[in-house]
Design a protein around this ligand. Structure first.
Ligand code: FRU
Length: 490
């Protein structure tokens, strides 16, 4: 009887959370994104449970529907036929059961023979004053893809021994050779690691050992949000380590998201060095899934812990990145390029006539929801430093600068004049070949930059005025030759 009451409680909590989120919607919010996935209102962080289920794309996310700041974590839920147009569904998971008292933390989803099954971390604060807490793994199922029932078997993996129980989270599950596998983020003696489990039924899990661990260098104290898959002949472990220290141009965000690429040898994952996946200010907790076309698609949280979030004044905070298809370059580099469906967003197309720029060349982008794509001919381009300012105000006070330095082989995104709340530059390596392909997506308070089919990617939040729609190409001493340039209103 007691359990029945708990189940009803969960559905009641889900309903209340969904209604609270709807009630809090703010139609006047100026920083709301136009074509990115966000919650109807309130706070969001990590993407969760990305899955292609019954011919539709489902995305869940860490969500606090009652407030624009982080709090007891729920799972928000949206669905799409094309990865571009999203429809909100009711909140899928609300915390408050015996095994997830303080939050339904991040996790993944699988299609278990027609049953949409979520695997997530139960976050349980035992004593707020002493900060005693434990984390365990749980499942919830749905047959209609909308309403989820938590399993009576929860927790399916109980909390770990003291010492590891605080940081034992973010299960990513997939099927391989007929059995379910799970990677979970963890730590030991202040060093990040990823644990591996196996199951035949998603309820009974067997510990298989440590899949990967800290190499003793600068790899962080806790590895959040692991994801493990095969890609183009290699094995890739994505992870979001906390505690990596800045080194030169690298690792300047509070936490990082990146990859360890390697191969399985005699059951061991032998891997290379940790490499950032996205070099912008705001990219974290990426998760991937395989879709019906066999593509490996990645979506990240388009913010960073403890960074300024001016949209909180509008009653909301956080968004997910555009979906990106992953592949390995011939040199073994992990690339992320926007999924081809994003072309569906293009409303108008304008081809820029100017093909040689010397000094500055300004156009009106006409809006803050656009895509700019251009190809620079490097065989004859003479300038060493060139680039483009976007979201420029007419009085010169606002701009977001994307600058390429040819001799250094770098791209810099400078947010010093990107509107309210944000600042600072990030610099990433780029390959200098015969040409440089740049694709930029601007969506009011976000910018995503894809260089050379996703070899280098930068994602950042910016908060310019709505009227700051100028686009200014520039060179420092010399010319830049454009092979082509297109502006699309989205
Ligand atoms: C990553 C993370 C996860 C955790 C979730 C809590 O951003 O800290 O490790 O499950 O967010 O919201």
């Amino acid at each position: 009887m007691e359990h029945v009451t708990e189940k009803q409680d969960h559905q009641t909590r889900v309903k209340q959370a969904t209604e609270a989120g709807k009630a809090k919607q703010n139609p006047d919010a100026a920083f709301r994104l136009g074509y990115h996935l966000m919650a109807p209102s309130g706070w969001i962080n990590d993407p969760n449970g990305l899955v292609f289920y019954k011919e539709q794309y489902h995305v869940f996310y860490q969500h606090h529907p009652y407030d624009e700041t982080w709090g007891p974590m729920h799972w928000g839920h949206a669905v799409s036929d094309d990865l571009v147009h999203w429809r909100h569904l009711p909140v899928a998971l609300a915390p408050g059961d015996a095994f997830d008292q303080s939050g339904c933390f991040s996790g993944s989803a699988v299609d278990d023979d027609g049953v949409l099954t979520l695997i997530y971390t139960g976050h349980n604060v035992v004593n707020q004053e002493t900060d005693e807490l434990y984390q365990n793994q749980n499942i919830a199922r749905s047959v209609d893809g909308v309403t989820f029932e938590k399993s009576e078997a929860n927790p399916v993996i109980p909390a770990q021994p003291v010492g590891m129980q605080r940081d034992f989270r973010d299960p990513k599950v997939w099927k391989e050779d007929g059995s379910w596998k799970m990677v979970v983020g963890s730590t030991e003696a202040g060093k990040g690691q990823v644990l591996l489990y196996q199951s035949s039924d998603l309820e009974n899990w067997e510990y298989q050992g440590i899949l990967a661990k800290h190499n003793g260098g600068n790899e962080g104290y806790m590895w959040e949000c692991p994801d493990f898959f095969k890609l183009d002949g290699k094995h890739v472990l994505l992870l979001s380590p906390q505690g990596i220290e800045p080194e030169g141009n690298r690792f300047h965000n509070l936490y990082q998201t990146g990859s360890l690429i390697g191969e399985m040898r005699d059951g061991e994952f032998v891997r290379g060095a940790f490499t950032e996946l996205d070099y912008g200010h705001d990219f974290y907790a990426v998760q991937t899934f395989l879709d019906g076309k066999g593509r490996r698609i990645a979506i990240g949280w388009m913010d960073m812990w403890e960074s300024p979030m001016p949209s909180q004044q509008e009653g909301w905070s956080g968004a997910l990145t555009l979906p990106r298809e992953l592949n390995l370059s011939p040199a073994g580099k992990l690339r992320m390029k926007p999924v081809e469906e994003l072309q569906l967003l293009r409303v108008t197309e304008e081809q820029l006539k100017q093909n040689e720029i010397s000094g500055t060349f300004l156009i009106d982008g006409q809006s803050n929801q656009l895509e700019l794509e251009f190809d620079i001919d490097l065989t004859i381009s003479a300038a060493n430093i060139f680039g483009v300012n976007v979201c420029c105000s007419s009085d010169g006070s606002e701009r977001s600068t994307i600058q390429i330095n040819r001799s250094k082989g770098t791209i810099t995104l400078d947010r010093s004049y990107s509107g309210i709340g944000v600042s600072g530059a990030r610099t990433a390596p780029i390959e200098i070949g015969e040409s440089l392909h740049v694709r930029l997506f601007i969506d009011r308070s976000s910018i995503e930059i894809f260089i050379n089919e996703g070899e280098t990617v930068m994602t950042s939040r910016i908060y310019p005025k709505e009227s700051s729609t100028g686009i200014e190409f520039f060179t420092e001493e010399g010319t830049m030759k454009l092979r082509s340039a297109h502006l699309y209103q989205l």
